[in-house]
Design a protein around this ligand. Structure first.
Ligand code: SF4
Length: 833
């Protein structure tokens, strides 16, 4: 569907395709045919949200029910927000263009504290009151879930319900109960009471807020049978469905690949890691289940990369056997594999050999701390020896770059610990070699932020000035050729820490920050600390109250949220941290009694099978002897497809060929790419009745099969309608003449300006090339025909046979002195002259 309500806005914004909602595997239901309208809202940009597996899972689960339509909403970019506000329009969902205020439930994903201001932007663009107390039955129910929900208090005033823990089963139960409630005559409070009886469902309004003498929040339950909220947990991931038709995003999301969650939870016990605590116990998916899912999902998406997701992928019990089998499936189709989270020691040469069968995808190694003492404090069970061995192996197997991740400001950190990072990196640098084959190291540093439900929840966060100074030292000391130094802005970490251990008093700060135009705080190009300082001043919030250390006897704002990990275990771990005493990984059978497992209903699920790992062999690589034939394919790019950029279009076509199972010839070398080439790039926003690209396919592929196969795999507005033998080479550099029909939405064409153009000797456009060269083009030589149909419609023929290129938008802007906005909003349709 072309989102008509955005027709006059999309040409003006960055990445317009992100607002189309017509991706492959999008599910569009008639809103009138369903009973529950559920919006899955992600409070960040599309490119982040579409990389999040949780949205894909919930979208799939909810839409599998006939009575429910789940639709996506992402935070609009600041440009779209300005346009919506400027034109008095509200924010709408991607699939059906429904206003958010017309949904029954809005479900927000809470992944990162610095997205919180975007929640208010979304609500304000929808005309929905921020605070739950100000909403009534005419408003949607506003709920949330995700890792940040484990300390829901800073956002508690805004949400009717917060889901704590795994969402798969809870979301179904919430939806079923809503459908049942809708049939009855109970009010909203009745529904909230019923929802509150479900495991993992927190209703913030069912707790009264008070404060202790230090100003710390103390909650008093309003109902005696509702005093603590136990997290929802899926005991066996193999029993919950996983999308085998995930949405394939447009553009370039942060993770542009098929993500397969192979395991949830981590047994490593790193004391700083909230995810490692709240997602316990470890629950692996079966390797056969993963392989079957991968097979179906690759056919349904056309992805050329697969990523195995887990908090610690390298610890997956059957990893070697799984990836060998997976690569046996992927290698012939040039599908690459990446393992984003590998613990040092788990990254073995046999594993790396498998990964590089198609492409060498990147590795990040996270020592976290520079000294062994500090690594023992945080319970990062890796040795320097293992780290060196991993880096050596990585370089020996052909990788050219590794990324190292460290934190500063960890509890008990001293100056020697900081300098230990420098020494460690410099020694690792010696493994990089010199000269032409030199390898590179990227060092990435961020400030440690204490998080709720971890053994470090009581410790203080390093002050801003100290954090800045530490980063300054590292930056200077690591100014070495071949080392790239990156760091997270400590001001962002400070705010992250504020929210991570905050309470309900912070809701007034969030409103103040929203009113001071804080948006997309996780993005360095939008983050504005001065605005935050002003908001903090205006709301009277004392940051130190939140970043200070806390006594273990003190009430904590998240005390009523039970992650399953006992408070006693966290205290013992905190004490052990202070004496740098490690705790073993419970994966290997040594339970540390954290309290999560009952060893009946809930326990670690691990697929450790040496025979599975050993039995996997893989065929030797054979060179591709297929003879290919080159085809020239004609296609049209119209309607919503005009918003696709050139690279985006190339990716859409490549994936369409993969889904249609039409093999393409690939380039050889370390990074094989399909041979799809274009004669020229069509500018974003311009429609065309006839364009061409070239591909090489095996001779047995019939043209009619290709046309039919590809057309069923293309998004709306793209259509191929002809193939014939031909190659880019045989076409040469020949350029053609094209007709353009231009229809203005705003502004008008002036007859006088046409007359002036006809009367003049030359009409020169000056262009600066990407290399900074100045080029002039005389439009008198380029425009062979022009015709003013009406003040809004103009037609022209541009003859490019001289080799000179100019965009039609540049021509009309120059000829008619139109504004940038008029030009962007014009509809331009190209066809061969
Ligand atoms: S209870 Fe024992 S086995 Fe279960 S997650 Fe905790 S430490 Fe691991």
């Amino acid at each position: 569907m072309d989102p008509k309500y955005l027709d006059d806005i999309l040409p003006l914004v960055r990445q317009p395709s992100h607002y189309l909602g017509s991706e492959i595997n999008a599910i569009k239901k008639d809103p009138k045919q369903v009973r529950l309208h559920f919006a899955l809202v992600f409070p960040d940009l599309y490119e982040i949200g579409m990389s999040y597996q949780g949205t894909q899972i919930l979208y799939h689960i909810l839409n599998s029910k006939e009575e429910i339509a789940a639709e996506r909403v992402f935070a609009p970019g600041v440009d779209l927000e300005a346009e919506l506000r400027g034109s008095g329009r509200c924010l709408r969902s991607l699939e059906s263009g429904t206003a958010l205020s017309d949904f029954d439930i809005l479900g927000f994903s809470l992944l990162y504290e610095l997205t919180f201001t975007n929640i208010l932007t979304i609500l304000s663009l929808s005309g929905i009151p921020f605070f739950s107390k100000d909403r009534d039955d005419s408003h949607p129910l506003i709920i949330a879930g995700g890792p940040c929900a484990f300390n829901p208090e800073p956002l508690a005033d805004f949400f009717d319900v917060v889901v704590i823990g795994d969402g798969e089963e809870v979301v179904e139960l919430l939806a079923d109960k809503w459908l049942e409630w809708k049939n009855g005559d109970g009010d909203r409070q009745t529904l909230l009471r019923e929802w509150s009886q479900m495991q993992g469902v927190y209703v913030p309004s069912f707790f009264e807020v008070g404060h202790d003498s230090r100003g710390g929040q103390v909650l008093t339950p309003r109902f005696s049978n509702y005093t603590s909220i136990r997290k929802a947990v899926v005991p066996d991931l193999n029993n919950v469905s996983c999308p085998d038709r995930p949405l394939v995003p447009f553009g370039k999301p942060i993770h542009d690949r098929l993500s397969l969650e192979i395991c949830r939870g981590c047994s490593g016990g790193c004391r700083f890691c909230q995810a490692g605590m709240i997602y316990r116990p470890v629950r692996e998916r079966s390797p056969e289940g993963i392989l079957s899912l991968a097979k179906r999902a690759l056919v349904n998406t056309g992805y050329e990369d697969v990523s195995l997701l887990s908090l610690s992928t390298g610890d997956y019990g059957a990893l070697q056997g799984l990836i060998t089998r997976l690569m046996n499936r992927c290698e012939p189709e040039k599908i690459a594999l990446s393992l984003p989270s590998l613990r040092v020691g788990s990254l073995t040469p046999p594993l790396m050999t498998q990964i590089k069968r198609v492409r060498k995808t990147g590795f990040t190694i996270a020592p976290e701390a520079g000294s062994q003492r500090l690594r023992d404090v945080i319970n990062k069970n890796i040795t320097e020896e293992a780290l060196f061995k991993t880096v050596e192996d990585t370089f020996a197997l052909g990788w050219q770059r590794i990324k190292l991740y460290f934190m500063i400001g960890l509890p008990t950190e001293t100056d020697p610990d900081l300098i230990a990072i420098v020494k460690l990196v410099r020694r690792l640098k010696k493994l990089c070699g010199t000269g032409k084959g030199r390898k590179d190291i990227t060092v990435s540093v961020s400030t440690f932020v204490p998080k709720s439900h971890t053994p470090f929840q009581w410790c203080s966060q390093v002050p801003l000035e100290e954090s800045q100074e530490k980063i300054f030292i590292l930056k200077n000391e690591l100014k070495v050729r071949g080392i790239r130094f990156k760091w997270q802005n400590p001001k962002m970490s400070l705010l992250e820490g504020l929210w991570a251990r905050g309470d309900r008093s912070l809701s007034r700060l969030l409103v103040a920050a929203h009113e001071m135009s804080c948006r997309f705080d996780a993005w360095s190009d939008h983050f504005n600390f001065a605005r935050w300082q002003a908001a903090i001043g205006a709301s009277g919030v004392d940051i130190d109250l939140y970043t200070r250390s806390r006594a273990v006897s003190e009430p904590l704002p998240w005390d009523h949220i039970a992650s399953g990990v006992s408070s006693n275990f966290l205290k013992i771990e905190w004490e052990k941290a202070l004496s740098a005493n490690p705790t073993p990984d419970c994966r290997h059978g040594e339970c540390s009694d954290c309290g999560v497992c009952d060893f009946n209903h809930l326990k670690p699920v691990i697929f450790k099978d040496e025979s599975y790992n050993k039995a996997s062999s893989y065929p030797k690589r054979v060179s591709d002897k297929t003879m290919y034939r080159s085809l020239r394919v004609s296609y049209a790019k119209e309607g919503p497809a005009r918003h696709f950029g050139h690279l985006e279009l190339a990716k859409i076509l490549e994936r369409a060929f993969r889904r249609a199972q039409i093999p393409l010839r690939f380039s050889s070398g370390f990074h094989p790419a399909p041979k799809i080439s274009f004669k020229a790039a069509l500018p974003v926003g311009v429609e065309s009745k006839e364009e061409h690209f070239f591909v090489e396919v095996p001779p047995h592929i019939q043209i009619v099969t290709l046309e039919e196969g590809i057309n069923t795999q293309l998004p709306e507005g793209l259509r191929i309608y002809g193939c014939k033998p031909g190659s880019k080479k045989s076409e040469g550099d020949r350029c053609y003449a094209y007709d353009y029909a231009v229809t203005l939405r705003t502004g008008h064409f002036s007859r006088k300006k046409i007359e002036r153009f006809l009367d003049c000797q030359e009409s020169v456009i000056t262009k600066t090339t990407k290399k900074g060269l100045i080029k002039t083009i005389d439009l008198k030589q380029l425009i062979t025909k022009l015709h003013l149909v009406s003040p809004k419609i103009f037609e022209m023929t541009l003859d490019f046979s001289s080799g000179r290129q100019v965009r039609p938008t540049e021509v009309i802007k120059h000829l008619f002195e139109l504004s940038e906005r008029d030009v962007k909003l014009a509809r331009i349709v190209k066809r061969p002259a």
